[in-house]
Design a protein around this ligand. Structure first.
Ligand code: FO1
Length: 314
């Protein structure tokens, strides 16, 4: 078997940590969102690539779901002393990754090659591919009556700096039109026995992957073999602002809203048992609906979710 997984950050990382328990890691390719990437302090930061890598290495910070465990913050304290940007918390260990990535990219190597080196060094058995090596940045237009109304900011300025506490009126993926899929991405989708869309934010994790010209088409060609896990359970996101974002952008924050966004390119939606009564509504949108436990609390429950997803499309 070979499996391609469309992935964002924390939710996808937990799912992948389950999947490696039920299939050979060497058969898994994660195709990871880079729309959250940005530069700070002159450093190239790729949060979703790092969250996936650190989680599979068993080194992710268990309190936050991002960053490294056993972290210290001395460098950030010094940045703060200078009045520098310390709202995006780069731990002393995590900084090593950003220093290495930034230096290697400055040498002229693509993000995919640098990611391969980072992943190899953490001893992870799965393949981790950036959706694209080209610059693609998720940009968020803020709404509401504050001073920010109508301002367009990069993703982290919305998500971390403003703690995703402001409403949004639009999302776009700057650079997407000119981007090309990263090396191996289209092939992984075309040759996979199963394509899985991880339980990640549809608007800011999955959409930027599909926005790279060629990727959505490649997944659509595999629609019969593509299954998604709903990141919305009983109308709420388990983590992050996906539920609010869906509503603010005119969608329904429910498994049915997810089905309307995914049915073009995905045949099957796995929804949590809490949404069992909406399965018929999902099917009315043109997707097969499979009800299973989807909450990932620990390695055992993540493995159970992965197994249910594979069974749903066996
Ligand atoms: N998320 C936060 O809420 N606050 C932070 O200070 C923060 C720092 C950070 C550093 C490195 C990294 O890889 C991720 C980090 N994140 C932080 C998480 C991250 O920005 C978001 O969770 C994702 O971009 C959303 O998928």
């Amino acid at each position: 078997v070979s499996i391609a997984v469309l992935a964002g950050g924390v939710g996808a990382a937990k799912f992948l940590a389950g999947l490696v328990q039920v299939v050979e890691p060497g058969e898994i390719t994660a195709i990871v969102n880079v729309g959250d990437d940005f530069e700070l302090h002159g450093l190239r930061i790729s949060p979703d690539l790092d969250t996936v890598t650190y989680t599979l290495a068993g080194e992710v910070n268990p309190e936050t779901g991002w960053g490294l465990r056993g972290e210290t913050w001395q460098a950030m304290d010094v940045v703060g002393r200078y009045g520098g940007a310390d709202w995006f918390r780069l731990g002393d260990r995590d900084l090593g990754t950003h220093l290495f990535r930034t230096g290697r990219l400055a040498d002229g190597d693509p993000l995919s090659a640098v990611t391969r080196e980072i992943v190899a060094a953490w001893g992870i058995g799965i393949r981790v591919l950036p959706a694209t090596d080209d610059p693609l940045r998720t940009m968020v237009t803020l709404a509401g009556d504050g001073p920010d109304d109508g301002a367009e900011v990069d993703f982290q300025s919305y998500f971390v700096r403003r703690q995703h506490a402001v409403p949004v009126s639009a999302v776009r993926f700057a650079g997407a039109e000119a981007a090309t899929p990263g090396p191996g991405v289209l092939d992984a989708i075309a040759t996979a026995d199963t394509v899985i869309c991880a339980p990640s934010n549809p608007i800011v994790s999955i959409a930027p992957v599909l926005a790279v010209p060629g990727i959505r088409e490649a997944v659509t060609a595999r629609r019969d073999r593509t299954v998604a896990v709903s990141p919305i359970v009983a109308g709420s996101a388990l983590k992050g602002p996906a539920d609010r974002m869906l509503v603010e952008l005119g969608h329904e924050a429910s498994v049915v809203g997810v089905a309307r966004l995914y049915f073009d390119w995905c045949s099957t939606l796995v929804v949590d048992e809490a949404d069992a009564e909406r399965a018929a509504d999902v099917e009315a949108e043109g997707m097969r609906c499979v009800v299973a436990p989807t909450i990932m609390r620990d390695p055992a429950s993540s493995a159970a979710v992965a197994r249910a997803v594979l069974d749903s499309i066996a």
